[in-house]
Design a protein around this ligand. Structure first.
Ligand code: CTP
Length: 490
């Protein structure tokens, strides 16, 4: 295959490629190849050809290592082989979101998983067994009383020969059946007969998702150890309907599957946890802003550690230069007001951890144009107003998560200040850290550095942890949160 000559492309295309390549951390040529591949792959039934094209691209790139980070159509790097040898049993429920499972099957297979599919009768109204079978490269199972199935595979073997069962879309009906132990079709029977972990990706109308019956079923399923990914907020297929109920996107489901299959214990499976991280930027004018030294390292490490324990983590990150943590749904914001809105839109949640160093003040009116120096006029004076306290808002919210954790960055009177914040902000515990130059932590200090020394301040007292890496603080905190959540039922 001929190489792609980027300089011959139109400027507009080049600009777009440059932007996408920067976002995906690959070269412009790799990005172009990935997009060509995604376009070809979009035509159903061309799996063999795609493999051939991939082989050619690998050869073109010179080495397997160079070709490895192929970029998926949605822009997320594909980690080839991350699910190598894993067997997924995908149960497709009957909902409009069923069309997304076609992409899900493809994403799972490109990561090395084998995918067997069970479709409910309702699912077949939305997608055909023909297209599902073509993408999964296997027969599709639909009938509980199919003689051929019973002799050949059977519902018991179907449910046991998988490493993980994924239900997508998980309809209100499938959730109700599983929560109550019904088994009147192949999907529900397989789910009841399994001894393997189960992940649900719910999708339904927001009113159905919010109905007390569905909420009860969700709580029951969570107690039974069933994991959830999504649903997300957004527009519904029905006109004029919006809210929480959209199925998670295929790559979010893949991330949840990867997290579930990584082999470690998952005490936070089925728990949704909001984490804030990084600084906020409060604009002065279009080019200047007020910020602080927070790097986001501690907050991002906590989000990743919670995800490793199986939590469905929603990270709200201020402007940082570090990457989004793996397996975490990250929303990027600039200002405190945006962070507050993002956090509130993610309720309800089982827990929330506020690590962000939110700017306490913003300018009353950010200038629309760059403020110029005017000879003889001196520096401008900025009128400041206080930002909303996001933690305090959630700590006293009507839909307060069961567990609320805050941080206290202090340069003096660490414990007294942390205790005051615990009370004022309605938190269950405050992770207090000394951010003074005298903290003696590393050369760069806590803010921006890789190490931290914290004290856990709660009504029960103060627990002092030794100095350790931020990843270690995150892992210990995630374990502590998992322990606390065991005693809290939503
Ligand atoms: N926080 C928040 N929203 C704000 C300010 C702080 O959510 N507007 C949260 C932080 O994420 C942290 C905790 O509150 O979990 C304490 O933050 P800190 O900056 O230490 O305290 P402040 O409330 O800002 O008080 P002060 O700056 O006076 O110490």
């Amino acid at each position: 295959m001929a190489s792609i000559t980027i300089r011959n492309l139109d400027d507009e295309v080049k600009d777009l490629l440059r932007q996408l390549a920067a976002e995906n951390g690959c070269s412009m040529e790799e990005q172009a190849r990935a997009m060509i591949r995604a376009a070809v792959e979009g035509r159903a039934g061309r799996a063999d050809r795609i493999d051939q094209i991939e082989e050619a691209l690998r050869a073109l790139a010179g080495s397997k290592e160079q070709a490895a980070p192929v970029v998926a159509a949605a822009g997320r790097p594909v980690v080839r082989g991350s699910l190598s040898g894993k067997r997924i049993l995908l149960i497709i429920g009957g909902g409009i979101a069923a069309y997304k499972t076609l992409d899900l099957i493809r994403r799972l297979r490109e990561r090395g998983a084998s995918v067997r599919v069970v479709m409910t009768a309702a699912a077949q109204e939305f997608v055909t067994t023909l297209s599902v079978g073509a993408l999964s490269a296997d027969r599709v199972f639909t009938d509980l009383f199919d003689r051929h199935d019973e002799h050949d595979v059977g519902h018991i073997r179907l449910s046991r020969e998988a490493d993980l069962l994924v239900v997508a879309p998980a309809t209100a009906d499938l959730m109700a059946k599983l929560a109550n132990g019904h088994a009147n079709d192949l999907a529900s029977t397989v789910l009841l007969a399994t001894d393997k972990p189960v992940l649900l990706a719910p999708a339904m109308n927001p009113k159905m998702w919010g109905h007390p019956a569905t909420r009860r079923n969700r709580a029951t399923l969570q107690k039974d150890g069933i994991a959830f990914v999504g649903p997300a907020r957004g527009e519904m297929a029905e006109s004029n309907e919006a809210g929480e109920g959209r199925m998670a996107e295929p790559l979010e489901i893949v991330a949840a599957i990867e997290a579930l299959l990584d082999g470690r214990p998952k005490p936070l499976a089925g728990r949704r946890i909001i984490v804030t991280s990084g600084p906020t930027h409060e604009p002065i004018d279009p080019v200047r802003y007020i910020a602080n030294r927070s790097s986001g390292k501690q907050g991002h490490a906590i989000a990743a550690a919670l995800a490793r324990l199986g939590a469905d983590v929603r990270l709200v990150s201020g402007p940082v230069t570090i990457a989004d943590p793996a397996g975490v749904l990250t929303t990027h914001v600039e200002t405190a007001a945006e962070m507050k809105n993002a956090v509130e839109s993610m309720l309800p949640a089982d827990a929330a951890v506020f690590v962000a160093a939110v700017a306490d003040w913003r300018t009353a009116n950010a200038a629309g144009e760059k403020i110029k120096k005017v000879p003889g006029k001196g520096p401008p004076s900025l009128q400041m107003v206080e930002n909303p306290d996001i933690l305090a808002g959630i700590g006293h919210h009507a839909r307060r998560p069961g567990l609320v954790v805050g941080f206290a960055a202090e340069t003096q009177d660490l414990i007294a200040n942390a205790e005051a914040k615990l009370k004022k902000k309605g938190a269950d515990f405050i992770v207090a850290n000394d951010v003074s130059q005298e903290s003696g932590i590393g050369t760069s200090g806590v803010m921006g550095g890789d190490r931290n020394k914290v004290r856990i301040v709660s009504k029960a007292g103060v627990e002092e942890w030794p100095e350790m890496g931020k990843d270690e603080v995150a892992a210990r905190l995630a374990t502590l949160i998992a322990e606390r959540l065991k005693t809290i039922v939503v």
